[in-house]
Ligand binder design. Sequence first.
Ligand SMILES: Nc1ncnc2c1ncn2[C@@H]1O[C@H](COP(=O)(O)OP(=O)(O)O)[C@@H](O)[C@H]1O
Ligand SMILES: [Mg+2]
Length: 433
Amino acid sequence: MIFDMEINKEKLLYQTHQKFMETGFNSPESLDILDDLVVPDIMGFGTTIDERIFSVADLKELIKRQREQSKGLEIKWVANPVMRKVLTNENVAIFVDDVEIDVTIINDTIRIFLRYSSVVEYQSDKWVVVHFHGSKPENVKTDEDTWGIEDWKNKNAELEKLVKERTSELEKSLVHLKATQSQLVQQEKLASLGALTAGIAHEIKNPLNFVNNFSELSTELVDEFIQTTDETERQEIGSDLKINLQKINEHGKRADSIVKNMLQHSRRGSGEKQLTDINQLCEEYFNLAFHGKRATDAGFNCEMVKKLENNLPQINCVVQDISRVILNLINNAFDAVRERELEGKTPNYKPTVTLSTQQINNSISISIRDNGKGIPQHIQEKIFEPFFTTKPAGQGTGLGLSLSYDIVKAHGGEMKLETKEGEGTEFAITLPK
Ligand SMILES: Nc1ncnc2c1ncn2[C@@H]1O[C@H](COP(=O)(O)OP(=O)(O)O)[C@@H](O)[C@H]1O
Ligand SMILES: [Mg+2]
């Protein structure tokens, strides 16, 4: 006990003071309790310059305002006693506290300091507050914001606005980035298409020659057919013509399929899977890539070994995507052997690229092996990164492997790399059936 007074009276004094503070801060209790706690003409100062209280009604008004201002905020407070003093016959007491109030908005908490004094008087068997004075030793503006929270809320709103602005900026640049990315992917497609064009032209030339030759021949045959009167001869010419037309049709179809493939390669993928003969696809792209490389580098030559497994089951895949992977890997292999050849360090070097397919349990594997320059240890981790390239500007986009890796993953497959610097490289893809 601090005071030398009757125990019950002292208890009551503490209770009254405590209740008064609670009501003023964050208790949700009805304000009617104040009628019991304070004198009707209570005089007090609030925390702002214009807060002057001369009655219970004023006090209720002030607390009501504070409660409204702090709606939605989590408020915790603790009072640290600075002074307790009893005056005149133990019927008047002064309480002085430093009050710390923690106000939480969303996840941010601010701490407000209040100095709080009250004078409590013992009147007809109970303690009542006759005067109080709250002060905030910081800048607080008007009665619209008795605790200075409003200011802080504004700051919060400003921050939120800033975050929103930044977010929308970020969203914009993300959209831009995505657009750029798809542009680059398109560029890589076109680059590999460019390299293919020569190969394609070469491949189409063959069936076109057939079509031209056989149609010329057939025109002559038709002339003969019209002129002759011999029935047996007519029969013979007729069956020759039929064979020629079938050949023309066959080679026309072949040219058609090459063009179709080319178009498929450049088109944005429909993403639809279809049953595909991987051996045929590999062979086709092996040839196309070879002639493509030759067209841009007349000195290029390379032993092309094919080890394609007979009866390789067809697999379900997005053809233009898988063909892009195969093409990328073959082109990289050609580049690697060519570089090693041009280095000229290996006597009797014979550039060789081996393409093999194989069925392994429930998947098929496609391997592209070269005896090129190999990949040094320190860049092995980087080669799958977008834009990583060791090729001269304009020649490499650095997107081939990263695209290929994504495509293989999207098919539920794997891509493995084995390489030895100065000896060669093997990329093996497995694709589920
Ligand atoms: N078969 C290979 N042999 C040696 N290095 C290779 C091989 N394949 C890929 N690389 C290395 O990986 C890099 C990235 O390849 P890629 O993503 O296809 O981009 P790009 O071919 O445009 O450079 C190449 O620049 C090269 O350094
Ligand atoms: Mg490449």
